[in-house]
Design a protein around this ligand. Structure first.
Ligand code: ATP
Length: 263
């Protein structure tokens, strides 16, 4: 069932998936975002945003430029302060904690723009992703698993990351986040600036990582494709959740396709 958010009641917990999402029983919730607001000085970027991330699912936050998608991920990662509401990880409030504490909880972000170190080699970038991994002994296994998933990175492991193509850099950003052995992967605009064929490939990889058991929060402007692989979608508009529900229902709704998916 799709949930239209009543903007006048933004700030209530109405918008959460509770009772809407299949398999979202309390015990299987990894993240719960409740009434979250974020301000940048006088600018309010998020206004009472609520949604849940159930274990093993892909939830996608979609919306136009400036809707607040990146801000939501940065709030979860501890990179911006939450001015209202709360973010819970397995029932513990984690809002306004330091980013390193969030990473230690195995919530790892692959940031918009990828944030990789262009002057370091592919392998050195991957090493950096492993600093907070709880099991250091698993480093080699994780590295090999990463290379199995991204054979291009293996071929180029000693090359500077700056010499990689845009798609390869995106793969590196995802592989680096996976080196932290995350329980939750936060992906910010993985399709940004890539050619359609590469975008397709990146979405296939994200889907595969999820099939292997990873819980994923995916931020995308590319709403149609993101909803195509996600279990649930949350539509943001100027900092508010305007609609959320199962992706297939969002995709099937004429109103949604016209208003939010650019059709
Ligand atoms: P995009 O896809 O363009 O990144 P977005 O949905 O991720 O868009 P945000 O980057 O979260 O949106 O921005 C939400 C709002 O907050 C926008 O109005 C933006 O201008 C504002 N904003 C973002 N970062 C800052 C900042 N550091 N200082 C002031 N305002 C900011």
């Amino acid at each position: 069932m799709l949930k239209h958010e009543n903007t006048s009641s933004a700030g209530s917990s109405e918008g959460s998936f509770k009772g809407v999402v299949d398999g979202s029983a309390e015990g299987s919730l990894i993240l719960r975002v409740k009434d979250v607001s974020v301000h940048y000085g006088m600018v309010q970027a998020l206004r009472g945003v609520s949604f849940d991330l159930p274990k093993g699912k892909i939830v996608t936050l979609v919306g136009a430029n400036g809707a607040g998608k990146t801000t939501m991920l940065r709030a979860i990662s501890g990179l911006v302060r939450v001015s209202g509401g709360s973010i819970e990880h397995r029932g513990h409030i984690i809002s306004n904690r330091q980013p390193h504490e969030i990473v230690r909880r195995r919530i790892c972000q692959s940031p918009e723009g990828r944030g990789i170190f262009l002057n370091l080699s592919v392998e050195e970038n991957l090493d950096l992703g492993a600093w907070a991994a709880p099991d250091k002994l698993a480093y080699k296994i994780n590295l090999e698993r990463g290379f199995e998933m991204f054979p291009r990175l293996k071929e180029r492991r000693r090359q500077n990351a700056g010499t990689l193509s845009g798609g390869e850099q995106q793969m590196l950003a995802i592989a680096r986040a996976l080196m932290g052995q995350p329980e939750v992967l936060l992906l910010d605009e993985p399709s940004l600036g890539l050619a359609p064929q590469i975008i397709e490939k990146i979405f296939e990889i994200v889907e595969q990582i999820n099939r292997d058991g990873m819980t994923i929060l995916l931020v995308e402007q590319n709403a149609l494709q993101a909803l195509g692989i996600a279990h649930h979608g949350v539509v943001l508009e100027t900092g508010r959740v305007v609609l959320q529900g199962p992706s297939r229902e969002l995709l099937a709704s004429d109103e949604v396709r016209k208003a939010y998916l650019g059709e």
